[in-house]
Design a binder for this molecule. Structure first.
Ligand code: MN
Length: 441
């Protein structure tokens, strides 16, 4: 950790100093924003501070960054974070250190007033976008609780498949349908097989679900054919966001064998727009999952003392639901679950190293997600499939409504935050989306 993590740091941006905010000066996540009106409405690189966005290109023009940090600022002149994600971890650290000093309360009044008058954009006047041009998207399955709960629904006698504790399971998802928070999600149509004795049918999914996940953006890539050693893996991770892997369970149940998820998943995936850097997460690192006696050790390529001791991230992920009736009645979103990323069986480094272990090349801006983040408690289950036992039970909402799966008008809001004694609380911001009806034909 370094001076940018100091919990006593305050910013001259007053909204950054509230105790429960997501974006204090210790966070400084990157995103792609555009002003909603005015002369300049193209997409730009920004950094969140309180309820404001630092327009990096404008701040760079007035000399906020020098040395290798200025190279990072120069890489932030495009309309996505890809070029910036390729910068070396060292220069990104320098960029963050210099930005922290410029935003700090005791920064020279000249620096502050210059930045305040030219480089700050209120979040309320900006739209946020998918932060990178995502070349490839991979979804893992790293929660042993989720894998066991879901497995039990389909195979009561044999919930966890024999490969699970040896190999980080994943599938290749689709990048084109990744959307930013706030984008409406159209209920997918698809082929399902509701009755064993009848032929399959085609129509709107009746079992629409969400999956609460954490996403990892790849920073510097690896060359085709060149694996990434486990102790170098985190050097290839730029940062994290929240991911909602919307899932149509009825389509999934019919199509998934033998090749895995396909159209049940790729109709929409929502991401939160701010990318928290691995450096910002340093105060919140945790041991990897504790493997009880009897569990196999990871194979050597997935094993390292450093990863075992501090490869986890103690990020709390919450899921809220708000139905149309709740919205009309002015009811607040209702929390349905709360889980920690530190309960995952596989660490981010193990996922990345495994992904590249066959020589697969990961590229800057690629996204891989953790899989549904579920913990051991019923209140920590990160999708409705688990919470309602595939619709056998239902959730009671403050409006008096019940839910087994999502109905049109339902809104799912996910929020992540990191809290620890001796550190400033930081948050991810929202990953939200509202379900709308399938088109009539
Ligand atoms: Mn998933």
């Amino acid at each position: 950790m370094n001076e940018t993590h100091d919990p006593s740091l305050q910013s001259w941006v007053e909204s950054a100093n509230s105790a429960d905010g997501d974006f204090p000066i210790q966070n400084l996540p990157f995103g792609i924003f555009s002003r909603r009106s005015g002369e300049e409405t193209r997409r730009k690189v920004g950094v969140a501070i309180g309820d404001q966005i630092v327009d990096v290109a404008v701040a760079a023009a007035s000399g906020t960054w020098t040395g290798s940090a200025a190279e990072v600022a120069a890489a932030a002149s495009g309309q996505s974070l890809n070029a910036l994600m390729q910068c070396s971890p060292g220069s990104l650290r320098e960029f963050r250190a210099q930005l922290s000093r410029a935003l700090e309360k005791s920064a020279g009044s000249e620096t502050a007033s210059r930045m305040q008058t030219t480089a700050l954009v209120p979040m309320a006047e900006a739209d946020m976008h998918v932060p990178a041009e995502i070349g490839d998207y991979t979804d893992f399955y790293a929660s042993i609780y989720h894998a066991t709960n879901v497995g039990r629904l389909f195979r009561p006698d044999n919930p966890l498949l024999p490969n699970y504790k040896h190999v980080p399971i994943g599938y290749h998802g689709r990048a084109s349908s990744i959307v930013p928070t706030g984008t409406r999600v159209t209920r997918p149509r698809g082929q399902t097989h509701p009755s064993e004795n009848e032929p399959p049918v085609f129509g709107p999914s009746k079992l629409l679900d969400y999956e609460a996940e954490v996403g990892f953006f790849v920073g510097q890539g690896n060359s085709l054919g060149q694996p990434v050693p486990i102790d170098e893996a985190e050097g290839h991770i730029f940062g994290v966001c929240i991911v909602n892997d919307w899932s149509a369970r009825d389509i999934q149940a019919w199509e998934y064998q033998p090749l895995g998820p396909f159209l049940a998943k790729n109709f929409a995936t929502t991401v939160s727009p701010w990318v928290l850097t691995m450096e910002a997460l340093e105060p919140f690192r945790a041991p990897a999952f504790f493997r009880p006696a009897g569990d196999p050790r990871p194979l050597p390529y997935l094993r390292s003392d450093r990863d075992r001791d501090a490869g986890g991230i103690d990020l709390t992920l919450e899921v809220y639901i708000r139905t149309g009736i709740m919205r009309d009645a002015g009811l607040r979103p209702h929390r349905v679950s709360q889980a920690s990323l530190s309960d995952m069986y596989w660490t981010p480094a193990q996922m990345l190293t495994h992904h590249a272990s066959n020589g697969c090349n990961l590229r800057p801006g690629d996204l891989f997600a953790s899989g549904t983040v579920s913990g051991p408690e019923p209140s920590s289950q990160g999708c409705l499939l688990e919470l309602t036992r595939r619709g056998a039970e239902s959730i009671r909402l403050p409006s008096g409504e019940d839910r087994k799966f999502l109905l049109d008008g339902d809104e799912i809001i996910m929020r992540g935050y990191l809290e620890r004694e001796g550190a400033a609380r930081i948050g991810t911001g929202e990953c939200a989306g509202q379900v709308v009806a399938a088109p009539s034909r």
